[in-house]
Design a protein around this ligand. Structure first.
Ligand code: GLU
Length: 420
């Protein structure tokens, strides 16, 4: 089997994104110093956040905010609350944000934040104090013209609301544009909650069209049942697709005849997916290898690796998660003729509507949901077409083409600013 090297495949997202940059930059024939700049974030902040717990003790959490490259505009990207957060992961995620914003043509560079915590173990009060504490720690580092956070894994509109409030109080000025993904009443945008999944579905429809397939009856497996996975499953069902498998961090369920999605949503809200029925239970690993038309990894990084890529049978992989596929796996999937819609395109709908939210905040003028969706659809389709065309021109995969578009753009901005 072909791999990049005989070395053990790296699962460090920071090394992975560096490899992806190298692969794309080779096509662009840019001077090495350009890739040297792009292969590291410009700034990374580490913070320590003491939080008073409900039992009277104080726990200290560690968090990060990484800003990749500010040639194009302010940083943009979510904040992740997860026990497995590492500084390298946050750095990589901030770099993917730069390339994501580039693919869909947003006037942003990449940013990302993370806190090492399992928020499911915190009370609401503890979560609020942690969210406010993290914002207080990064407040001088970010701002509506500097770096604009948003939700990511295990962070919600409510958390964005608390953070916006803390920032505004610290600065003494109501500042909705400092963060996106807020509750509507605080300047959130209609359509933002569904945007990541909605954007992903637009790219899936474009990919199906490319393969001459109709969404009607297309079988789907979704790994991860957070904001992106859950809503993608619903929207794909509305398009006529048949969702046969879903999973969350505790495992998955599979029915070749199609899952009863109402039952799945009820179980997810009130119980465990596994209660769907013992005969339907599968593992997260098995889900990735199902014989389906569309596989949507919508959880975390590094789930499709050199170890399981050869067993993937889907025709289309739409990466709703960030970084689900390693570079070694990419090569195997390409050899198998699987169409991979890369994360920086497939999940760019979230940050695109975050951009719309920020524009609305700065203008203090709010749009209808139809307006938001129409603009999102247009941007996702034109971005897909541009990536597809470049990939065909260079006989490469969509990920490499997507990186090429962004790297070219950032390079142009760095040249125009006189940095290189
Ligand atoms: N966390 C999301 C992502 O990875 C959204 C970022 C944003 O809206 O700024 O794309």
């Amino acid at each position: 089997m072909t791999t990049f090297s005989n070395e053990v495949e790296s699962l460090n997202p920071f090394e992975i994104v560096q490899k992806q940059i190298d692969v794309a930059a080779a096509y662009l024939k840019l001077p090495a110093y350009v890739t040297d700049i792009l292969k590291k974030p410009k700034r990374v902040l580490t913070v320590s956040i003491p939080v008073k717990m409900d039992d009277g003790t104080t726990r200290v959490f560690e968090g990060y905010r990484s800003q990749h490259n500010d040639a194009i505009g302010p940083g943009k990207g979510g904040i992740r609350f997860h026990p497995d957060v590492t500084i390298d992961e946050v750095k990589a995620l901030s770099m993917w944000m730069s390339f994501k914003c580039g693919v869909v043509g947003l006037p942003y560079s990449g940013g990302k934040g993370g806190v090492i915590v399992d928020p499911r173990t915190l009370s609401k009060g503890e979560l609020e104090r942690l969210s406010r504490g993290y914002m207080e720690a990064i407040a001088d580092f970010i701002g509506p013209d500097k770096d604009i956070p948003a939700p990511d894994v295990y962070t919600t509109a409510q958390i964005m609301g608390w953070m916006m409030d803390t920032y505004s109080r610290l600065k003494g000025v109501n500042t909705p544009g400092v963060i996106t993904g807020k509750p509507l009443i605080l300047g959130g945008s209609l359509g933002r909650n569904e945007a990541t999944a909605q954007g992903c579905v637009y790219t899936i429809l474009a990919a199906l069209k490319e393969l001459g397939r109709s969404p009607s009856g297309a079988t789907v497996a979704v790994q991860g049942f957070g904001n992106a996975g859950r809503i993608a499953a619903r929207l794909l069902t509305e398009q006529g697709c048949k969702v046969v498998a879903v999973s969350d961090s505790s495992g998955g369920i599979y029915d070749t005849n199609g899952l009863d999605m109402n039952k799945v949503y009820d179980l997810k809200d009130n119980g465990k997916l596994a209660q769907y029925g013992a005969q339907y239970v599968i593992s997260n690993g098995d889900l990735l290898e199902l014989d389906v038309d569309i596989l949507v990894p919508a959880a975390l990084e590094n789930v499709i690796t050199r170890h399981n890529a050869a067993n993937v049978k889907a025709k289309i992989i739409a990466e709703a998660a960030n970084g689900p596929t390693t570079p070694d796996a990419d090569i195997i999937l390409k050899e198998k003729g699987i169409l991979v819609i890369p994360d920086i395109l497939a999940n760019a709908g979230g940050v695109t509507v975050s951009y719309f939210e920020w524009v609305q905040n700065l203008a203090n003028f709010y749009w209808s949901e139809e307006e938001v969706l129409e603009k999102l659809e247009k941007r996702m389709h034109s971005s897909y077409d541009a990536v597809r065309a470049l990939a065909s021109e260079h006989d490469t995969d969509l990920r490499t083409a997507a990186f090429m578009i962004s790297i070219k753009r950032i390079n142009e901005a760095m040249v125009a600013r006189g940095w290189v």
